[in-house]
Write a protein that binds this ligand. Structure first.
Ligand code: NAP
Length: 251
């Protein structure tokens, strides 16, 4: 029986996981919510690098890996490609297209943490949408700034930082209300691509608020790459025995 190991943590991954039967394994880092309603097996936590992943692939007789992690989860993507080379098991990847600036956008690229800090130095009310990373820097916030950090988990913050636990998708109306309540004068974002967290960019454009974009990491070439989940599912339906991919109606 053909077995798939799906590396997840994104909405794209969950769409695929919902189509996988009990022979297959969905793997999560364990940072976010673990869905309890899947038909496939679910495992949580790291493998112990590329060699640990390769060992798992061999032990579990996995025939195909699908890397559907976040575009910024570069370590996991590298491990998956390396494990593929070690085992000979193909690794397909969903490489979501990046957002592109539109007329009216004021985007400033940043290559890493210190670059981001430099680019926001002149602003007072900063919205962070990078995930947890700013939480490690709460003691470094300059007196001239207030940070609002939106990430998966709530956190007490401090006098200069408000931490909001929230998970997408975020609507345009919701983002308009959020920006209007906090009066941000700069936004910090990854270039995640996809629609779930894109509305903040539209609101920043409307309000002429600059967006500091942390550039994407370079990812290794996978055996096959897809920019859309639907295309990956189509290829998966061909790779699997016909009865192994659950129909939409059965999930
Ligand atoms: P990472 O830096 O690429 O991964 C670090 C380690 O976490 C990996 O080496 C692996 O540990 C473990 N890991 C990651 N994804 C895993 C999975 N699906 N199954 C099992 N283990 C996994 O990625 P990250 O730490 O998850 O996130 C990096 C950035 O991407 C962060 O900014 C985060 O907010 C963002 N992000 C990631 C995801 C995601 O899909 N992972 C989702 C949303 C946002 P071992 O080496 O021990 O195997």
């Amino acid at each position: 029986m053909k077995r798939v190991l799906l590396l997840g943590g994104t909405g794209d991954a969950l769409i695929i996981a919902r189509r996988l039967g009990p022979a297959h394994v969905y793997s999560l880092a364990g940072l976010g919510r673990v869905p309890g309603d899947l038909t496939c097996g679910v495992r949580v936590g790291g493998f112990g690098g590329a060699s640990g992943l390769a060992a798992f692939v061999r032990e579990q007789d996995i025939g195909l890996m699908i890397d559907a992690t976040h575009p910024y989860a570069a370590q996991m993507s590298r491990n998956a490609c390396e494990a593929s080379a070690l085992t000979g098991v193909p690794c397909w990847a969903i490489r979501r297209a990046a957002w592109q600036p539109q007329a009216g956008d004021d985007w400033r690229d940043a290559t890493g943490w210190s670059d981001v800090i430099e680019r926001i130095a002149l602003y007072r009310r900063v919205l962070w949408t990078l995930g947890r990373e700013p939480l490690a820097h709460l003691d470094e916030i300059p007196p001239s700034q207030h940070w609002t950090i939106r990430c998966l988990d709530a956190h007490p913050g401090n006098a200069r930082a408000t931490v909001i636990g929230a998970r997408g998708p975020f609507s345009l109306e919701g983002e308009r209300a959020f920006f209007s309540a906090h009066r941000f004068d700069v936004v910090v974002s990854k270039n995640s691509g996809g629609s779930a967290t894109e509305a903040k960019l539209a609101v920043a454009r409307e309000l002429r608020v600059p967006v500091v974009i942390l550039l994407r990491p370079v990812l290794p070439a996978a055996t096959r790459e897809f920019d859309k989940t639907a295309a990956a599912l189509q290829a998966l339906a061909q790779w699997l025995d016909p009865d192994q991919l659950l129909t939409k109606e059965s999930v």
